[in-house]
Design a protein around this ligand. Structure first.
Ligand SMILES: NC(=O)c1ccc[n+]([C@@H]2O[C@H](COP(=O)([O-])OP(=O)(O)OC[C@H]3O[C@@H](n4cnc5c(N)ncnc54)[C@H](O)[C@@H]3O)[C@@H](O)[C@H]2O)c1
Length: 343
């Protein structure tokens, strides 16, 4: 089997720390041929660091060059996910795009439609799907141990985690705050349990009291003058089959834990907590907690990149696909709209 050729667009933190190492570890399937980033010198430095032959600052130049990628990994900022993914699909590449899928539901839907019409794979990097805990949860769901799941509490909360660097508080680059940066990860897991249905009712609230007050937290000091997004978002999603998700996300919240990333799932036969994995059920007539030992954190990026390559090869894959990404982005847009319009 010949190796697929991958190129990275956006040579920042996530490309350097996550995607390039994962692709390199899968060198029996894929070869990283190029990095394209805004600053050509920085792209060259990163390419040299990882032994990658080509460096560009212009994606069109890359497509017309000899390196001819089959795969693009889109590691640019949120507002560039749409244009670089559309361009990559138009150049007949499969795309692994970073989260969130796009800045609007319409953009993500167009990306999914183009991927379909081109016969190319578009998938999103929601790598929490690859944790051992989530895999165990899926087994419980598939074997019917939870019964019918009718409510999920989905939290991605930081107590004081407003990043003091980067674009995180810039609305035009990020598209939003805690929800679009953090909440989307746990929303993806919750939606995957609810078969990625579209809710028919959404009520949401967003806040920026802590962000606008300024301060210092675990991720440095942030500038309240440049704080344009929500520091917390709370949403209730109700589905046509009367199931529901309560989604909470925060960069900053006056709460006990520094970080709380978890799902609590309520089913007719049993409930479950994702971290540490616990089942709440009746056993021999008694209410029982079944705890599982803390599982080792596997290399979830490596597994998600492998899941992407599986999809490119037409194999079964549990990666977040283009249609799911579009549904998720449409929901994110509706959450923000509900919060903005108070309806
Ligand atoms: N899945 C995860 O857990 C996870 C974690 C961190 C970041 N991310 C996502 O990854 C994306 C990038 O995040 P990051 O932390 O690496 O950001 P970053 O700012 O470190 O990197 C972005 C890179 O894009 C480059 N860029 C900007 N404009 C460009 C252009 N026109 N052409 C080519 N390159 C351009 C920048 O120079 C920079 O190198 C974001 O969408 C973020 O949400 C996902």
């Amino acid at each position: 089997m010949s190796l697929l050729k991958a190129a990275i667009i956006g040579g920042g933190h996530i490309a350097d720390q996550n995607h390039i190492p994962a692709l390199k570890a899968l060198s029996d399937q894929v070869e990283v041929v190029a990095i394209c980033s805004r600053d050509k010198n920085k792209a060259r430095v990163l390419a040299d660091k990882h032994g990658i032959p080509f460096a560009f600052d212009d994606a069109l130049e890359m497509y017309s060059s000899e390196c001819k990628p089959d795969i693009i990994v889109n590691c640019t900022a949120n507002n560039l996910h749409y244009p670089f993914t559309i361009q990559a699909l138009e150049h007949d590449c499969h795309v692994l795009c970073e989260k969130p899928p796009a800045m609007s539901g319409a953009q993500a839907r167009e990306m999914a439609e183009l991927a379909k019409s081109k016969g190319k794979v578009l998938a999103y990097n929601f790598q929490l799907r690859q944790t051992d805990e989530y895999q165990l949860l899926r087994k419980c769901l598939e074997t019917g141990q939870l019964g019918r799941v009718y409510h999920i509490k989905a939290n991605f909360l930081r107590r004081r985690g407003i990043p003091g660097w980067g674009n995180f508080t810039n609305k035009s680059i990020q598209g939003g705050g805690a929800l679009i940066d953090l909440g989307v990860h746990i929303l993806d897991l919750a939606l995957s349990i609810m078969d990625y249905q579209m809710p028919d009712r959404i009520v949401a609230n967003t806040y920026d009291y802590i962000g606008k007050a300024g301060g210092k937290g675990l991720m440095g000091e942030w500038d309240p003058e440049k704080f344009e997004v929500e520091d917390s978002c709370f949403a209730h999603l109700s589905f046509p089959d009367n199931s529901s998700i309560a989604l909470s996300s925060s960069f900053a919240l006056n709460t006990k834990m520094q970080k709380n990333v978890n799902l609590e799932i309520f089913g007719t036969k049993a409930g479950a907590l994702l971290n540490p994995f616990t089942l709440y059920t009746e056993f021999a007539g008694e209410l029982t907690d079944m705890s599982f030992p803390h599982l080792e954190e596997p290399d979830i990026q490596l597994k998600n990149t492998a899941a992407f390559l599986d999809l490119c090869a037409g194999k079964p894959s549990n990666i977040c696909n283009a249609d799911q990404g579009a549904v998720l982005q449409e929901i994110v847009e509706k959450i923000y709209l509900s919060a903005e319009t108070q309806s």
